[in-house]
Design a protein around this ligand. Sequence first.
Ligand code: FUL
Length: 463
Amino acid sequence: MLSYFTFNGMNRFLCTVVCTLLLLSSFVCYAQEKKGVVQPTPRQLAWQPLETTAFLHFTVNTFTDKEWGDGTESPAIFNPTKLDARQWIKALKEAGFKMAIITAKHHDGFCLWPSKMTNHSVKSSPWKNGKGDVVKEVADACREFGLKFGVYLSPWDRHEPRYGTAAYNDFYKSQLRELLTNYGPISEVWFDGAKGENAKDMTYDFAGYWALVRQLQPNAVMFSDAGPDVRWVGNEAGNAGETCWSTINTEGLAPGKADPGYLNRGDATGRQWVPAETDVSIRPGWFYHPSEDSKVRSAQNLVNLYYQSAGRNSLLLLNVPPNRDGLLSEPDIASLREFRRILDETFKQNLVGGQPSLTDKKLTTFTTLSANQPLVISLGAEKSFDRMAIQENIANGQRIASGRVEYWDGSNWKPLQTFTTVGYKRLLRFPAVTSSKLRLLISNANGPVQLAEIGVYKASSGE
Ligand code: FUL
């Protein structure tokens, strides 16, 4: 009995030691794997696949023909007699847009909702006898058509007399609270960094604004030049960097004070995950101007913007400004419709065959690749193609720094295209080739690559 207990006790002791060692070693591996890997938060992960989102710039400027109002505009000029937010959101939905962000207040200070904090709003306008609420109409239409909804609330306010004093921060937070509590779920809050040269000195309480958003709409992403959740792409021309990391170092960066080139490219060694959003307008201006009716971007131009933003690990935020009637204009709607038709036609059929984990449209099923480990992609038979999509499982970070694609010409591998960062999605465009297989090689990576998706396509003849 005694010897049995002693042996059994010894066994248990050894077992405990071995198990503890195993646990410790797996913890060390886990910690090493996690070390240095910067990952998106769940809210950023939900935002990135939206790909095409819309901005709606609308305010007194629509009626004064200006881009920046000075705050002296009379609310009496705001009278969009045919306003129909359902028409806006339906057109966006049909064009594949997944979110709409309304300028609830631009720099002129006029509020598109009946704010309790000021009379400088729709409630002092003739529109709907002062009983209207544009923010509510847009929020309701987004819910009806299944789009996410976001708000732009300009910190710079050229009308409000408290602007320039500490009391303005409380005023601004009260307005933010109204927007965050009265209109249902908000998916993005846009904090514009713009401020005129002659603007009064004002220290914005960004920390306080951001805390309020986290408290009242914890699922919303916040945009400002350098985050906290989403960063500016560094230009308003619709160009994400050819190299575009979702990571940056935010220390020392403040709204309005970040180097646009840095924001455009991101930073391979960045310690914060702050992906780039590409905001650009369908017209030369952000607001509607009758003289720009003939200057609306063509569908092909919009397709190009898509490749330069969503196709470079960013997200397209395309502004489509409502006109003085309160409607989206016909030329804008026609371009949007054709834009979607071209994209749908191009991406309707993935020519890659027999590699389910790479074509199942799920980032969580991936193939792990190291640098210089070739991956052959079979098309099953000879096919003609001129577009490629590559995606990483960004839930575990962004790793690809550079790589190349080759195609089989029947006897040799021939160079097709080189690329740098991939991240959520990289789209490649090249003259059409006919081949039965391709080969992907990653040249540089920050760690083992989790290759999630590969798509090979033949572009629509519309583009
Ligand atoms: C800028 C603003 O000054 C423009 O008017 C526009 O709203 C653009 C999206 O952001 O900073």
